[in-house]
Design a protein around this ligand. Structure first.
Ligand code: ADP
Ligand code: MG
Length: 342
């Protein structure tokens, strides 16, 4: 593969080249890449803004994460935050820090992933910044979205008796990460080893190519359900339940046997002799939606295969319990992956 040093293009040559592959899709984008700032026109709409920083060695490991996937995921994690406000994403900006070990072709792969995400979720790339770093890389994405129904859904508005719902299944992305790490360790001890990943395609995809739940936000709108509170699951279900309950000054009861867990997640957890429920509660990066609905909306969701009702909100603040399969209550504590822990 050709390896073109970035110094051949210079910063502006690089930006022009990356930007040339992106088309404007949104009527709210008046001015995109190329001036001092983008200009957006949202007319009467309210907008949401969110940003996420991904740092090499902390959030991603380039020894096993393909660059296209990295670009895709950097966008998706931000869009997930926009959907979690019950908003629709419209534009993103992407800022990139890269060392001179990156060639043009590598940066283009990252941007190919960014472009694929922009296509899939119908958002415009409207700006960013580019800098070299002494070593390592980082990607910061900012996403902008608009509120369609005018009302954002916050974390702090869950009510006593509300039903707690999650989309999709939980713990698979964490299982995929454990699998990749295990195979990398094996490779380190014996470089002739080929990774054994067959039968684990689903958990790998959940780790490497997560999706934001655009479909769930659209489904809720179709069913005329406005969640009473919502958050996306990036740090694990426990951690997000704590956010909703603490901010709403409530507690919750969640049932272990209601946790949605995919077969491959269970199979891999069993292989490691670990409890799949721990993956579901504490694994991160699911990018599913956790939301609460009032009881009157139960009939609209009860047989929906994309959504599991896992428990309910209780009045007593700080009483957060997982009811184990045998009926014992276990206090829910944040084991969510913490950035600044050693
Ligand atoms: P400034 O000096 O005003 O910061 P730049 O030269 O950094 O401007 O950027 C020129 C244009 O290119 C701006 O529209 C900016 O938003 C955009 N841009 C810069 N870096 C990136 C990037 N990595 N991805 C997308 N757009 C970028
Ligand atoms: Mg700049």
């Amino acid at each position: 593969m050709t390896q073109t040093p970035l110094s051949d293009l210079g910063e502006f040559g690089l930006i022009d080249r990356l930007a040339s592959k992106f088309e404007i899709k949104r009527s709210s984008t008046l001015k995109s890449i190329g001036d001092d700032a983008a200009v957006l026109d949202f007319q009467q709409k309210k907008i949401v803004v969110t940003t996420d920083l991904l740092v090499e060695g902390i959030h991603y490991n380039l020894t096993y994460v393909p660059l296209v996937h990295l670009g895709y995921k950097a966008v998706v994690v931000n869009l997930s935050d926009v959907y979690a406000m019950n908003a629709r994403p419209t534009q993103i900006t992407v800022s990139l820090g890269i060392s001179n070990k990156f060639y043009l072709e590598a940066v283009e792969q990252i941007y190919e992933g960014i472009r694929l995400a922009c296509e899939k979720y119908n958002v415009d790339l409207v700006g960013g910044d580019t800098s070299s770093t002494p070593n390592g890389s980082l990607i910061a994405v900012t996403a902008i979205g608009e509120l369609v129904s005018d009302e954002a859904v916050y974390r702090n508005t869950a009510q006593t008796g509300d039903l707690i719902c999650v989309s999709g299944d939980l713990g698979a992305a964490y299982a995929g990460l454990q699998l990749l790490e295990r195979e990398q360790e094996m490779f380190k001890s014996d470089p002739t080893m080929q990774p054994v990943l067959e039968g684990y395609e689903y958990i790998l995809e959940r780790q490497l190519k997560p999706e934001a739940r655009k479909d769930i936000i659209e489904l809720l709108a179709e069913l005329e359900i406005v969640p009473s509170a919502m958050i996306d699951i990036s740090d694990g279900l426990s951690s997000e339940l704590i956010h909703i309950c603490t901010q709403s000054k409530k507690g919750c009861t969640v049932y272990e046997d209601k946790l949605p867990i995919a077969d491959q997640t269970k199979k891999f957890a069993n292989e490691l002799r670990l409890d799949p429920s721990v993956f579901a509660m504490n694994g991160g990066e699911d990018y599913e939606l956790l939301f609460t609905i009032c009881q009157e909306d139960y009939s609209k969701l009860k047989n929906n295969s994309y959504i599991s009702i896992i428990g309910h909100i209780v009045d007593t603040e700080a009483e957060l319990n997982l009811i184990a399969r045998d009926g014992t209550p276990v206090k829910i504590e944040a084991q969510g992956w913490k950035n600044f822990n050693s």
